[in-house]
Write a protein that binds this ligand. Structure first.
Ligand code: TRP
Length: 352
């Protein structure tokens, strides 16, 4: 291989079922990277899911379902290491160690924390202590995920870029204080799409209840798509271009979501035909929706089939997790031991 092998890592929080926003925003890029022969680590960030909880949530189940969907989408456990964050508990030890050199002022500049602060200031709702130590420390834990496997490339969406930059800062600070120990990572843009929600919101997101899911059956798909608001008078398009990047932003919001999906899933001529219908002011909402629903269901069918066929039983899923955790553990232990050594507390005697 002429190209240098990179160590790639990315994580996703266990929000339950994977939706189209996750797929086109992340999973698709993971699939492409795994085919390029890099060493890829993909994990479900179940520790991170805990930063804002106020009561028990069955993250175990959600994690398992997401993993199974990952695999059904084509993430290949032979080519990539696919694991659960909490199956690598030395990440938590690294988090503790790196926390010792991370200033609070630095963490207070983190976007996740700042956004939360702004929201809280707006409605003064401090119930359930949402500003936990863990939430403030979110970037340190994320840095630990990255640094523990010595990742040099972290593909993330724009919203996570700052966190990766913070991981770089933490690693650099560590190395300059304690000697070259950690690999400095870099963020790469996932070159991904941010899909609008079915309600026309800028982003498809589970908490906004506006998602189309990869495991939705045809009836659900049709129901969701039919439910999309299309009552606004479309009005003229204002461009002669047929390029989706020119056309879609000009469409009234939820219609833009439908066209975006149609462009991703249907053959180009089908997409163009509907752009034409829009321009000519034809009545087309009904057929647009049924056509799109067909293409969505066609896309979902093999994923649902693999999801249901692949080792469904609890034991084989656990075995899958165990095998993958085994693959990532050696490098992680090496890192955390090197960090302990560099800081001066020496190796763990129990673990060794
Ligand atoms: N914070 C990321 C998100 O919300 C998930 C995540 C956790 C992550 N650790 C990571 C992503 C390490 C990349 C690398 O999407």
């Amino acid at each position: 291989m002429s190209q240098k092998q990179e160590i790639i890592l990315s994580g996703i929080r266990p929000t339950g079922r994977l939706h189209y926003g996750n797929y086109f925003g992340a999973v698709k890029a993971f699939l492409e990277l795994q085919e390029k022969g890099h060493r890829c680590y993909y994990f479900i960030a179940d520790y991170h899911a805990l930063t804002t909880i106020t009561e028990r949530v069955d993250f175990y189940r959600q994690t398992i379902d997401m993993l199974r969907t990952y695999v059904a989408c084509g993430l290949d456990p032979v080519k990539s290491v696919i694991y659960r964050q909490s199956d690598l508990p030395c990440t938590a030890e690294l988090n503790l160690l790196l926390g010792m050199i991370t200033n609070i002022g630095f963490l207070e500049r983190g976007t996740t924390y700042k956004d939360k602060m702004t929201k809280l200031a707006a409605n003064e709702n401090m119930e359930g202590n949402p500003l936990s130590f863990g939430l403030l420390g979110y970037p340190v834990l994320m840095a630990s995920d990255i640094l523990i496997v010595r990742a040099n490339t972290v593909p993330v969406g724009d919203d996570q870029r700052q966190h990766v930059e913070m991981a770089m800062d933490i690693a650099q600070k560590f190395n300059s204080r304690f000697g070259e120990t950690l690999t400095i990572p870099k963020a790469v843009s996932r070159n991904a799409l941010r899909l609008p929600g079915l309600d026309g919101a800028a982003k498809m997101g589970k908490s906004d209840n506006n998602t189309l899911d990869l495991l939705d059956d045809p009836a659900t798909v049709l129901k969701k798509i039919k439910g999309v608001q299309t009552t606004t008078d479309p009005g003229p398009l204002g461009t002669d271009s047929d390029e989706p990047e020119d056309v879609i932003p000009l469409l009234p919001h939820s219609l833009g979501a439908l066209y975006r999906l149609l462009h991703l899933l249907a053959p180009k001529d089908v997409y163009l035909d509907f752009v034409g219908k829009y321009r000519r002011g034809e009545k087309f909402y009904g057929t647009l929706k049924t056509t799109l629903a067909e293409h969505v269901s066609k896309f979902n069918a093999p994923i649902i089939e693999r999801f249901n066929a692949a080792g469904n039983d609890e034991e084989s899923v656990k075995e899958f997790l165990r095998e993958n955790a085994k693959k990532v553990t050696p490098v992680a232990l090496e890192t955390v031991e090197a960090v302990r050594q560099a800081m001066g507390i020496g190796h763990s005697l129990y673990r060794a």
